[in-house]
Design a binder for this molecule. Sequence first.
Ligand SMILES: [Zn+2]
Length: 476
Amino acid sequence: MEFEAVIGLEVHTELATKTKIYCGCTTEFGGKPNTHVCPICMGLPGSLPQLNKKVVEYGMKAGLALNCSINQVSRMDRKNYFYPDCPKNYQITQDEKPLCHDGYIDIELENGETKRIGIERIHIEEDAGKLLHTKFGTLVDYNRAGVPLAEIVSKPDLRSPREAVLYFERLKSILQASKISDCKMEQGSLRCDANISVREKGSEKFGIRTEIKNMNSFKALEKALKYEFKRQVEAVKNGKKLTVETRRWDETKGITEVMRSKEEANDYRYFPEGDLVAINIPDEWIEEIKNDIPELPHEKVERFIKEYEIPKYDAEVVVLSMDMGNFFEETAKKSGDPKAASNWIMGDISKLMNEDVIRVEELKFTPMHLAKLIKLINEKTISKAIGKKVLEEMYKTGEMPDKIVKDKGLVQNSDEGAILEVVKKVLQDNTSSIEDYKNGKTKVIGFLVGQVMKATKGKANPQIVNKLLNEEIKKL
Ligand SMILES: [Zn+2]
């Protein structure tokens, strides 16, 4: 019997607004406990919430970037539950009428096929505070209470832990590129719950599902789902009864553990939030937000492959950050050599940037500099090897490459007569290599080219060196 997983994800993302969802407190991460608070986000009696318009905008933007329809009239609801991190004893969220519904994300499977994953709904809500378990007992910090969230609920269309990760990764790249959220997973501004059940392949019926809470890395999500898949399959095979339950992923033990079973699940007694009016969204507002969505990373990758004819691998690497993608595009346009642009960015430039842990915006040189460098090499003014040195200098100082070449006297030597002399000298000094060559070890040519380049401080035109060496050695 072969089994498959049925997985749906609920992703929570903190929206990038400056202030909280129902008050003017800052959304900044961290801070001294209980300093980013006011009577509204503390839920003090008599305080009234006011919906932050920006939160609705970011929520709509998420919906439109994820191909959803917008509910032009939506509503906030109260979800009642008691837990110390929730100061009002209810969360203001959206139940029956979410802001967005019925969207999708296309993911690319490892076999190259594209699969469409449905998005059921996106609603906006407030985050809870944080409990701190200390030696003084359990303390509570309400700085995060009221930070705006969008909850993005997928349909149960995912069929393996790997597909779940691919979906979550693409979702993150879309949210980040549209600047809807900073998506800092280590700070909890993007986290996910997963629903998973198993069934025999080919069956249409759903199995008994469990929910795994609060995973904030792709690795944790994949590991937890793999573990849970195996656990459920074994239970089904052994005729054990599975129960609907909420589980927690324990990273150190590498297992999921029961938090609570659904029999004891809360009844949230949702009802409309009487302190807030309905949200009315006119067509023009939707249009305005739509126009504000930038080209998304996967769209950029496709366009780069088509427009600049670079390999898919290159396109994916340069689009890892939007700024890097823009840097590539400008260099490609200015130099007329897109492949050289992606090579430099993926190779030497990334290496230098990684060493210094800097981002594209912090580079001292511009696409114009890099385009000039590419032209100098293509016009054979300098060799590629010298180009690497010029790049390092350009990276350090921000000087234009032609100036660096001129100041340092790095122009490539294509004077055949002058190179021939060096070639002859190198052959004289390396008689054993000539013997090797005659004995069929033609690889020594590489060594000899290196010697000539060394003698000319890298300035000799390598094609000419190669040509002359091959000619001369045959004469001997
Ligand atoms: Zn507040």
